[in-house]
Design a protein around this ligand. Structure first.
Ligand SMILES: Cc1cc2nc3c(=O)[nH]c(=O)nc-3n(C[C@H](O)[C@H](O)[C@H](O)COP(=O)(O)O)c2cc1C
Length: 358
């Protein structure tokens, strides 16, 4: 991208002032303590990347039920808040802004990976049938039990509580994870949601739980502290949302329902249906973050430059390059991601070299 690209212009994202249009996309790294408490090392990792401006963290579970993978951070105990405070301080020390992603995995889990070892919960008792890493090796995700209608308010309450905890820890906001095959995406998807209680069936009924979570979290901490991530049509975790028209109908409805909440931002993990994206842009009143799956480095600014997006979040390049902003500005080479050290362990986390050491 050229130096005149909109990518290098500042942006006001609700109450946060950003120096450019890049951001760090949420990435699970499985380096929290077994009880979900974030560590000093996590603070160092996020602090190293504060130059990206908006730091969206890895998914944090709002409750034991919300956990799917080993050593992911939680946001439901006092210890979690203390750990996250170190992360917030480190990001703020580097002039970054911190949004903690709230991720409830729903059926993308295994009892071996949660503190209470219970059967996972989901909109319907339909397994994701995915391979999942556990302490005893790869296992299939468990068949979940269907959440009773009376339990749904409790799950909304978990999101509410986690959002309040994030703010107490010093975060600038939270991102609600409604993408990539996890609980909220399971509610949206007809092949994972067969409910007949008003939370499944039509496009509107499948959207209802996501809208309730977003409204509750916005009420709890203020809409200007809340973002939400969606991934229209993304078939991760056994999700099948049907053909392009079905996906458009689902997400136009959902975004239409979310728009009046005036959240801080909408974050689209974008598979490439630009017609859908244009309509979401028109319907959405505030900032739009677009991460187009599979884009090349030269294409990073395309949606920001064409006006279809305000911010272009980056995942793996940010993981492997603590000084990514400098490298992109100067056209320097990028460190490659080591796929073997993505999750857990000391190596491949805070030791990716910056340019002066590269
Ligand atoms: C190691 C890893 C962990 C991820 N964890 C999350 C996550 O916790 N929440 C989420 O919304 N997306 C997650 N993602 C998806 C990324 O946010 C991003 O959408 C994806 O990596 C594509 O962007 P990229 O090509 O810039 O890496 C993860 C991706 C990677 C590589």
């Amino acid at each position: 991208m050229t130096t005149s690209s909109t990518l290098w212009q500042p942006f006001a994202l609700s109450r946060v002032k950003l120096p450019h249009r890049l951001a760090m996309a949420p990435m699970t790294r499985s380096r929290a303590l077994p009880d979900g408490t974030p560590t000093e090392l996590m603070a160092e990792y996020y602090g190293q990347r504060a130059g990206l401006g908006l730091i969206i963290t890895e998914g944090a579970q709002p409750s034991p039920d919300g956990q799917g993978y080993l050593n992911t951070p939680g946001m439901y105990t006092a210890e979690h808040v203390e750990g996250w405070r170190k992360v917030a301080d480190a990001v703020h020390a580097g002039d970054g802004a911190l949004f903690v992603q709230l991720m409830h995995v729903g059926r993308m889990s295994h009892p071996d990976n949660t503190p209470h070892h219970r059967q996972p919960v989901a909109p319907s008792a339909i397994g994701a049938e995915q391979d999942m890493f556990t302490a005893s090796g790869m296992q299939k995700t468990a068949v979940p039990r269907e959440l009773a209608t009376e339990e749904l308010a409790g799950v909304v309450g978990e999101f509410r509580h986690a959002a309040a905890q994030a703010v107490a820890a010093g975060a600038d906001g939270v991102e609600i994870h409604a993408a990539n095959g996890y609980l909220l995406h399971q509610f949206l998807s007809p092949n994972a949601n067969r409910r007949a209680d008003g939370y499944g069936g039509s496009v509107a009924e499948r959207s209802r739980f996501v809208v309730e979570v977003a409204a509750a979290v916005a009420e709890e901490i203020g809409a200007d502290r809340v973002g939400i991530r969606i991934s229209p049509g993304f078939p991760l975790g056994g999700i099948d949302e049907g053909d392009a028209e079905a996906v458009r109908a689902q997400y136009r409805h959902l975004v239409g329902e979310l728009a009046p909440l005036n959240l801080a931002y909408l974050h689209v993990h974008h598979l490439g249906d630009d017609e859908l994206l244009r309509s979401l842009r028109e319907a959405w009143p505030t900032a739009l973050l677009v991460l187009r799956y599979g884009r090349a480095r030269e294409e990073l600014a395309e949606y920001v430059d064409s006006g279809l997006a305000d911010i272009a979040p980056v995942g793996r390049w940010a993981l492997a390059n603590p000084d990514l902003v400098v490298r992109l500005r100067t056209g320097a080479e990028l460190n490659e991601v080591d796929p073997d050290t993505l999750y857990g362990g000391a190596a491949g986390y805070t030791d990716y070299p910056a340019l002066d050491r590269a």
